[in-house]
Write a protein that binds this ligand. Structure first.
Ligand code: SD4
Length: 344
């Protein structure tokens, strides 16, 4: 009898132990404590997204979760009509429709994405709900819209008068130029020496954060390449291409010509490079080198691709194919922006 009671007690404790073990795992997915970083860090593609970082920082500074911080931050850019590559104000496809792509990935390796979604102001939040409330990772087009409306999102007209004007202007030539929202370097440098990434000239927001619990997450949101074919999806909502997070190692995200980034599985490549011991900057450079290798130097000069990365220690880095890519960082010492190094 005594033996039996002891056995029952032990097995109860045993299963409690397993439960406690799982609970601990939930509270601190991998790693836990911060490494070299003195506090949370958030990094975004493109300097003007410092405003998104500032919103994210409020959550991070209050010891909030990285994913919550990123969602808040990305909302700022999605609602900004002057950003012609993200959400409201984004340039439409060749049929005049603004279609948006977004994805999120958290510290557990959970992820969610929406692609070719119309009429929704905050696709990043729909992507998060795909992750949290469905058994799926990706929803596209009509199905994604239906899901968003079911979840309580309302329809918004994302096409601003300025974006419509730009589209009508484009119709005169109907020449698809993948650089249109990214860089017109030569033209621009000749005209006014303006570098892309300045106030009225910014692109896809990819955003990564390390929170005060030492956990990493990422999010990305875009209206994609201007005047793309209807139905076209780039890298931004594709896990592994436009975004990848491995809470043991680091996270990466991308901006630029999505087709090229998908072809080399850019963000996943960068995380694997960091796993192999490269710094975030070196890892981004390695991904850029793959694009050059695949295309050859001459063709690569016509392409822009920019990557940012963060490792588990909170070190950040970036690299782009050609000149003009910049990024914004916010740490406990404050915000800063930086021009990325470029390869060719
Ligand atoms: C895409 N990568 O849809 C996005 C476009 C982009 O800055 O980054 N624009 O291919």
């Amino acid at each position: 009898m005594l033996l039996r009671r002891k056995f029952l007690q032990q097995s109860l404790l045993g299963s409690l132990g397993v439960l406690i073990g799982k609970e601990q795992l939930r509270a601190s997915p991998v790693g836990g404590k911060l490494g070299k970083a003195s506090g949370p860090v958030v990094i975004s593609t493109w300097a003007p997204n410092a405003k998104a970082n500032a919103a994210a920082w409020q959550v991070l500074a209050a010891n909030g979760r990285a994913l919550d911080a990123l969602e808040k931050g990305i909302h700022v850019t999605e609602a900004d009509p002057t950003d012609q590559s993200v959400g409201y104000g984004g340039l439409p496809d060749r049929d005049g429709k603004v279609t948006v792509d977004s994805c999120v990935m958290d510290e557990w390796g959970n992820c969610g994405a929406v692609m070719c979604l119309e009429h929704i102001l905050h696709p990043v939040s729909v992507a998060r709900l795909v992750m949290e409330r469905t058994p799926h990772v990706q929803l596209v087009g009509e199905g994604a819209l239906k899901f968003a409306l079911e979840q309580g999102f309302s329809k918004t007209n994302l096409l601003t008068p300025e974006a419509e004007k730009a589209w009508r202007n484009w119709l005169k030539t109907s020449r698809y130029d993948p650089m249109i929202t990214v860089e017109h370097l030569e033209e621009r440098n000749k005209k006014n020496k303006k570098k892309p990434g300045q106030q009225h000239d910014h692109d896809t927001i990819g955003m990564l954060a390390l929170d005060s619990n030492g956990n990493l997450s990422g999010a990305c949101s875009t209206s994609g390449m201007a005047f793309k074919m209807n139905g076209r999806v780039g890298d931004s909502p594709i896990i592994g291409a436009g975004l990848f997070v491995d809470n043991e190692v680091g996270a990466a995200t991308a901006t630029g010509v999505g087709e090229e980034i998908v072809r080399i599985c850019g963000s996943h490549t960068i995380v694997e490079m960091m796993r192999a011991g490269h710094s975030p900057e070196e890892a981004c450079k390695k991904a850029v080198e793959r694009i050059v290798k695949r295309n050859g130097l001459q063709k690569a000069k016509e392409i822009q691709a920019g990557f940012i990365a963060i490792n588990k220690q909170g070190e950040v880095g970036a690299y782009s194919l050609i000149d003009g890519f910049n990024y914004a960082v916010h740490t406990e010492s404050g915000p800063y922006t930086k021009n990325a190094k470029f390869l060719i």
